[in-house]
Design a protein around this ligand. Structure first.
Ligand code: GLN
Length: 532
């Protein structure tokens, strides 16, 4: 079976196209189909790895080391799949492939053009995963009408011409805004954006209308008539902060059966309604737990999307709601005061000097007051610096990322990384194995000696300092190939763990990551003692 569902967006960005697509994918999975999702981003960056999280949110890392858009995290969590390089594409990366081919002479003197060369490369990537999945859901980033999105829409148009129409389904996600003065929901922006799509030659099969209010039947009729879609294919997507309940909301409007009918496919197994029940249960809790995330991007939650998801998932498994407090490490005015209201402290990954001292200060506070601490990547590196300075008395110990000439380079760059000139895609990226030592908190959490986790960093804990630091209570509880420290913990502390990798990318609803589960459990224990 080789079926494709395209998702485009109209009117404005941030409509939740990724979540709508992933929800459709989930429904098809519950019918027994193997589903994957592929993202196409129209910007020129070769990947989002070098983009500012303020503009683009977190960089999600796949197990094979692609630095991708955060939507891939949504796909992985909803569908419980592993994505790869083939699931993430940008205009920059597609042009680079075509230009490299041109330089090699692969086009034998042809004039290389957007149509057909760029569109051919895009279509090749639409098909990239067809052999392993029944349905590929293809999300085209950006908004209809953007100049840079045109080659992708054009490629989708050609794709429908070259394939059987029953193998392709087009979903267009739009906004139906509410105008206060008129007291009315307005369909005009939807009409215009569908017109734009039809100008290019694509007529959507379904319109998903993001709205703050219910769509009544006359309004749906109007959209149906003006946009040339059946009325039952005008779908209401009410604002909904709990994204995992969206598949059920779409199922109630028959989205899955409408799509399956058009694609001419039948359920492979009895529809698994249990998933809706399990998802509903995740929202029921009797406890609350306050957790601080001390980072540089405190005002933009999307910068820590997978961390937030991981904390929420772990908390709900433990019958609790995570109240996450994003604290700014850069402006550390009153930082410690704010930490006093929290039962656990997480220091996430990051790059560059800003906020480092605030993070280190928070770690001292966590260590001295026996507050559960989880340091992720840069957070782990900061904890090594903290212990070096304050317990091992290695004055001004630092990472060479922040002080190249530090006397005590407890975090340093690997020799092979030193030669690298380019910024993008040149870190230690993707899954690496580590071996865990028994009789450690780490082992108690993972209950396994060998693990594989996703990495995204250049610097490492310097093995030369391990013995000095182990004398003052730090313990390296996992190594890569017996030499590179992967996990550290503090003896004589209920939960103080730093990891060189990013466990947050591996959490799934109903399957919390063991580190996050342990961390939130420790936080709950602290919360119940209530002595801060
Ligand atoms: N800046 C650090 C490094 O490159 C940490 C990276 C991270 O936290 N992802 O090693």
């Amino acid at each position: 079976m080789e079926k494709y569902i395209f998702i485009t967006g109209g009117v404005v960005s941030s409509l939740g196209k990724g979540i709508s697509g992933a929800s459709i994918g989930k429904l098809l999975q519950l019918h027994g189909f193997k589903v994957t999702m592929i993202k196409f981003d129209p910007y020129i960056n070769v990947d989002p790895g070098t983009m500012n999280p303020y503009q683009h949110g977190e960089v999600f890392v796949t197990i094979d080391g692609a630095e991708s858009d955060l939507d891939l995290g949504t796909y992985e969590r909803f569908l419980d799949i592993y994505t790869s390089k083939a699931n993430t594409n940008t205009a920059g990366d597609i042009y680079q492939t075509v230009i490299n081919k041109e330089r090699r002479g692969d086009y034998s003197g042809d004039t290389v053009q957007v149509i057909p060369h760029i569109t051919d490369e895009i279509k090749r990537r639409f098909r990239a995963l067809k052999d392993n999945f029944d349905v590929s859901i293809i999300e085209i980033g950006g908004t209809i009408g953007d100049i840079e999105g045109l080659p992708f829409i054009e490629a989708a148009r050609q794709f429908q011409l070259e394939n059987r129409r029953e193998d392709i389904f087009f979903v267009h996600a739009t906004l139906v805004p509410y105008i206060t003065g008129a007291n009315e929901l307005k369909t005009k922006p939807t009409q215009h954006s569908v017109n734009k799509l039809r100008e290019i030659g694509i007529s959507p099969d379904m319109i998903i209308c993001r709205t703050g209010y219910k769509l009544n039947s006359p309004l749906k009729k109007k959209i149906s008539l003006f946009c040339n879609v059946n009325e039952n294919c005008v779908i209401e997507a009410l604002d909904n902060p709990y994204v995992y309940s969206i598949p059920e909301a779409l199922h109630k409007q028959n989205v899955d059966s409408l799509i399956m009918e058009k694609l001419n496919i039948k359920s492979i197994k009895r529809f698994d309604k249990e998933w809706f029940v399990k998802v509903r249960l995740l929202r029921e809790f009797n406890k609350k737990v306050n957790i601080a995330v001390v980072g540089k991007y405190a005002t933009l939650k999307d910068a820590y999307k997978s961390i937030e998801e991981s904390l929420n998932i772990a908390a709900s498994e433990l019958d609790a709601k995570a109240e996450i407090h994003y604290l700014n490490a850069v402006d550390d005015n009153g930082l410690i005061e704010k930490l006093r209201n929290c039962s656990a402290i997480l220091v996430p990954g990051g790059f560059g000097n800003r906020g480092i001292e605030g993070k280190i200060k928070s770690i001292t506070y966590a260590r001295e007051n026996k507050i559960p601490f989880l340091g992720i990547c840069l957070g782990m590196q900061c904890s090594v610096i903290e212990v070096s300075r304050n317990l091992a008395r290695l004055e001004d110990a630092n990472s060479t990322e922040f002080d190249e000439n530090t006397k005590y380079p407890v975090i340093k760059i690997l020799d092979e990384q030193k030669k690298i000139k380019y910024r993008g895609g040149t870190m230690r990226l993707g899954n690496y194995k580590s071996e865990i030592k028994k009789d450690t908190i780490t082992y108690d959490l993972y209950r396994s000696v060998e693990i594989e986790e996703r990495h995204r960093h250049r610097y490492e804990m310097n093995p030369e300092f391990i013995s000095v630091l182990e004398k003052v209570g730090l313990l390296v509880s996992a190594y890569h190939k017996g030499v590179l420290p992967e996990i550290i913990e503090m003896r004589d502390h209920p939960f103080f763990i730093g990891v060189q990798f990013h466990p947050e990318f591996a959490s799934r609803p109903m399957k919390p990551h063991p580190l996050f589960k342990g961390f939130v459990r420790a936080a709950l224990e602290r919360e119940s003692t209530n002595y801060y």
